[in-house]
Design a protein around this ligand. Structure first.
Ligand SMILES: Cc1cc2nc3c(=O)[nH]c(=O)nc-3n(C[C@H](O)[C@H](O)[C@H](O)COP(=O)(O)OP(=O)(O)OC[C@H]3O[C@@H](n4cnc5c(N)ncnc54)[C@H](O)[C@@H]3O)c2cc1C
Length: 405
């Protein structure tokens, strides 16, 4: 990508080093890194922060071990392996993003299986995961699995689970004054004769940037289409998550392994305004559930819970579902991307497009974006002018606080 200077900037137009579009983890993390690296940067979003994949995520910062279910260290697990330490430094106030106000829901999560764990046992003992995975002795099992009917191997991973609303609030506070709500962003985007992108506000003010950074998740496709840009292309991985509100006091975070490469069931537990425990269920159940009606998924979920936890009674639990899509850069054969993705938009002079592909990989995405930016230059103070024209986005509610009620 060359280093364009915006053509025909008029007085009253606003000029930035970078403008990020998208208020999920990708946009917010990238904003934080750019701001701290001296860039004059603003973030635009068309809805509340976190709405979309970020608040629908299970909050697990994993080191890739769940991608080794074939029993070998693969490319995905190597790339992601550094991430838990990266996040840990940030959570402890010693990283390149200050996450000291972010709450951890758990400092570990479990992996268990009734049968197929055999070939993984050797791997879990290997150098690649040393110090990150411990076999759990029967008397150290979490309360949920303290039952004679539980049979199988249980492992404990030291990777954390984050409270995503507090993560979003932390990043929003760090970046106050740089976040702006603007509806209908795609229809405001234009390109000039030099293929430089700019955006027009209602009063005619034009926003220019050395780089536009599209971090709008699934929305990236619409932003690119508005500029008649075909690439990078996107793929969507549909899921339907299951939400269970029940009376058991078991905060549990873990993957149950089955025959598939993805975990049979992933359980995370989340704070809720009600007095019930909220279990949020993903994994293969949610992948297969994408092709089911909500009623069919509830039925399949009840059956799965009955098989895995025959000592529990979920007959008075409340069930609801959340259809959601994961947005990824398009891969051959619809493969899962190994890494975060950030590349220039083809044919446009000043646009980068990013998908983290996992919450965990947001730091990796921002590093890739920073490596592709020209040095900061437009050091004027156009943020104040933007503040006069646009409002500040709030943080979206958690899906189970709005879903199924
Ligand atoms: C069910 C589920 C569970 C997951 N669990 C985990 C997990 O445990 N661990 C993990 O590492 N990853 C997990 N992930 C993946 C992770 O959630 C995503 O990779 C990550 O949140 C993507 O962040 P994002 O900012 O790119 O996209 P999003 O969170 O979707 O944010 C995009 C934002 O862009 C904005 N936007 C969209 N369209 C436009 C537009 N046209 N104009 C302006 N703004 C727009 C919206 O504000 C939206 O909030 C999970 C994903 C799902 C779906």
């Amino acid at each position: 990508m060359n280093n364009p200077s915006p053509s025909s900037t008029e007085s009253g137009d606003l000029q930035f080093d970078a403008i990020i579009i998208g208020g999920g983890i990708a946009g917010l993390w990238t904003l934080d890194r750019l701001r701290n690296s001296g860039y004059n940067v603003a973030l635009l979003t068309d809805r509340a922060l976190g709405e979309g994949q970020t608040l629908a995520s299970q909050g697990m910062i994993h080191g890739g071990i769940k991608y080794t279910l074939s029993g070998a260290l693969n490319k995905a697990s190597e790339t992601i392996a550094d991430m838990p330490d990266y996040w840990q430094r940030c959570l402890g106030g010693q990283g390149d993003v200050d996450l000291t106000q972010t709450r951890c829901l758990s400092d570990h999560f479990y992996m268990w299986s009734n049968s197929t764990m055999g070939k993984l046992t050797g791997f879990f003992a290997s150098r690649a995961v040393r110090g990150r995975v411990d076999k759990v002795a029967p008397d150290e099992r979490p309360a949920l699995l303290q039952n004679r009917q539980f049979k199988g191997s249980l492992y404990r991973l030291v990777d954390r689970v984050l409270d995503v609303p507090s993560l979003l609030a932390n990043l929003a506070t760090n970046n106050q004054g740089h976040l702006f709500l603007l509806p209908n962003i795609a229809s405001r985007l234009h390109k000039d004769a030099n293929e430089n992108t700019y955006l027009t506000l209602d009063n005619g003010t034009k926003l220019h940037a050395q780089r536009w950074i599209f971090c709008a998740g699934k929305g990236n496709a619409g932003l690119l289409a508005a500029l008649a840009c075909p690439e990078p292309a996107m793929q969507l991985r549909p899921l339907q998550q299951l939400i269970v509100r029940h009376r058991y006091p078991y905060p549990f975070y873990g993957h149950c392994l089955g025959a598939d490469k993805t975990p049979r069931l992933t359980i995370s537990t989340h704070p809720s305004a009600s007095d019930k425990t909220v279990w949020y269920l993903g994994g293969s159940l949610a992948e297969k559930g994408a092709n089911m009606s909500a009623a069919e998924l509830v039925c399949a979920g009840k059956q799965e819970l009955a098989e895995l936890f025959p000592w529990l009674d979920f007959s008075d639990a409340e069930f609801s579902t959340l259809p959601i899509e994961r947005a990824e850069p398009r891969q051959q054969d619809f493969a899962r991307p190994d890494n975060a993705f950030a590349e220039p938009a083809r044919g446009l002079a000043n646009v980068l497009v990013g998908w983290p592909t996992k919450l965990t990989l947001a730091p990796n995405l921002a590093n890739q974006i920073l490596a592709q930016l020209p040095p900061p230059g437009a050091g004027n103070h156009d943020l104040a002018a933007l503040e006069q024209q646009l409002s500040v986005p709030g943080i979206a509610p958690l899906p189970w606080e709005t879903n199924g009620d």
